[in-house]
Design a protein around this ligand. Structure first.
Ligand SMILES: Cc1ncc(C[n+]2csc(CCOP(=O)(O)OP(=O)(O)O)c2C)c(N)n1
Length: 266
């Protein structure tokens, strides 16, 4: 794992540890996906976060706020010092992503809403003949929400080829394995049947992530879904694939053990 990804995971864990609450599992799974997107693909200006022609990244899994806040501060939307106050009363950075934070497009946390909003923004983009792209970051458990499937259907029907769904397929939701709670498979075939172009990748392999984003950015045919196979809790052995690490902070011993693991190459 490269230094930048290890450092982001350390920062995410420290933010959650200091707040004594937050969501490590689904934050760790998306580190490479979001970092690669911001560092290499999207247009944005942290000094002017609402600039009209920016690419829109809509975070539908709003509980992954520690990940999103680390990324946004990494790219200059606000100072890193704000992370110290995560989840504190009155602070800028609350537990679920909020539009009051520079760089956040939509307040979420109630799952299943980001893709319908993204469809609307993508349609507006076409109506305005704008060149911006719309990317919606989603959880796999989230795909069990009915509104998500209306949105997949809408995007396919309207051929919203400026829209990309980034599906963080980490296999685990809040209370167990997705396939045991409500199986999504065959996911690729379902999305293709809804009119989407689908790329299935290893969501921790930066080369594969790059290729998938590149294919979306040059695509002019269909909405694109990236099914990113990831590991919930990626990087910390005792958190990986454990639903118990969906939404809790580590105690001091767990924090120290996790940081140690993130300091060595795995
Ligand atoms: C509408 C709605 N129902 C339930 C919840 C509670 N909840 C928060 S996170 C979560 C699990 C989400 O799983 P997944 O989408 O797989 O997220 P990830 O594993 O990436 O963290 C649930 C059920 C919610 N936030 N919104």
């Amino acid at each position: 794992m490269g230094d930048i990804y290890k450092n982001l995971r350390k920062e995410i864990l420290t933010t959650i540890y200091k707040a004594k609450s937050g969501h490590p599992g689904g934050s760790f799974s998306g580190v490479e996906l979001l970092y690669t997107l911001y560092s290499e693909f999207i247009k944005f200006d942290p000094k002017n976060p609402n600039e009209e022609n920016r690419d829109r990244v809509i975070i539908s899994k709003g509980h992954a706020s520690p990940l999103v806040y680390s990324i946004l501060s990494e790219f200059g939307f606000f100072p890193k010092s704000e992370l110290e106050h995560f989840r504190k009363f009155g602070a800028l950075l609350q537990g679920h992503v909020s539009k009051t934070v520079p760089g956040v497009e939509l307040s979420t946390g109630s799952l299943g809403q980001g893709l319908s909003y993204s469809c609307g923004v993508a349609m507006a983009g076409f109506l305005k003949k704008a060149s911006f792209k719309v990317l919606c970051y989603m959880g796999d458990g989230e795909l069990q929400e009915g509104s998500v499937w209306e949105s997949f259907m809408t995007a396919g029907d309207r051929n919203l080829h400026n829209l990309c769904a980034i599906i963080d397929y980490n296999k685990v939701q809040e209370n167990g394995f997705v396939k045991e709670i409500k199986n999504l498979e065959p996911l690729k075939e379902k999305l293709e049947a809804f009119g989407w172009k689908v790329f299935e990748i290893d969501g921790h392999n930066v080369e594969e992530i790059r290729a998938a984003y590149h294919n979306f950015f040059i695509n002019k045919e269909k909405p694109v879904a990236i099914i990113a196979n990831t590991v919930k809790g990626k990087g910390v052995s005792f958190m990986e694939f454990k639903s118990s690490w969906h939404g809790k902070a580590p105690n001091e011993d767990e924090y120290n053990r996790a940081i140690k693991e993130l300091e060595v190459d795995i």
